[in-house]
Design a protein around this ligand. Sequence first.
Ligand code: HSE
Length: 309
Amino acid sequence: MIKIYAPASIGNLGVGFDILGAAITPINNKILGDIITIQSSHQFQLTNIGKYAQEIPQYNKKNIVWKACKLFFEKIQKKNKIHIILEKNLPISSGLGSSASSIVSTLVALNIFFNYPLKKKKLLQMMGSLEGEISGEKHYDNVAPSYLGGIQLILNTKKNISNSIPYFKKWFWIIAWPGIKLSTSQSRSILPKLYKRKTCIQYGKNISQFLYSSYTNQSDLAISSMKDVIAEPFRKNLIQGFLKHKKNLKKIGSLAYGISGSGPTLFSITENKNIAKKIQKYFLENYIQEKNGFSYICTIDSVGAREVK
Ligand code: HSE
């Protein structure tokens, strides 16, 4: 038997649309990621359990874990006699890399269960393709951090699809999910197909500054680069009170603020734990719209997908 946990993630980090993502873990040790268990069986069987199991397609062929298994067995050309159990702990269409967490935990668990037939790069490619099937376009900024941990920069080299970059250990990432859904494909469909040259140059400057500051350990400089000129100008309209919360959180001491992935989860950054608690309180009182919504103070999950007991 094998049991794998894959953490939630924040795609884009504001500054790096589709090319930067962070794996996160709540400081209170709350589980914020899906878990896959695989056992031997006489036939293929998929069971969905967990808080959000009812939200995912029960019809197996539409289930992302089923699709991930199918793709894996095609690649290794083996029979699929396993019982796979998905513990769905992340809400879907939340902006926390919920589908990525299911995909990553499934492929990592399968690869271990069948004694590592596929290499890291191949697995990551498969994760990106499966993610693309759900969101309409391939992007790695959730699957890569959920798989590899830390902050991942998506590359385009022969050897690597993604690489860890240094991150600021003192930063608290406060996330808040209001309890409502916003699908990635919907959030992507409202973005322009073309951007102005001025916007492209500004995007380039921001991401360069963020990377430079990360490698030279200049937190203030990194914070000042965290401006989203690609998605936020359009997606903010999908998020109730986005600008009001930005203003109020700044007053509390939030250093940076933005949309996690394609939303509706929001994130805020501070280096101060007391301010982090105030931001969390603000989110809980002002952003949560349904009773199952939540807010956590998180740090970067340096490990990514891992075996759990
Ligand atoms: N980069 C993706 C997007 C992340 O913003 O559409 C989706 O979680």
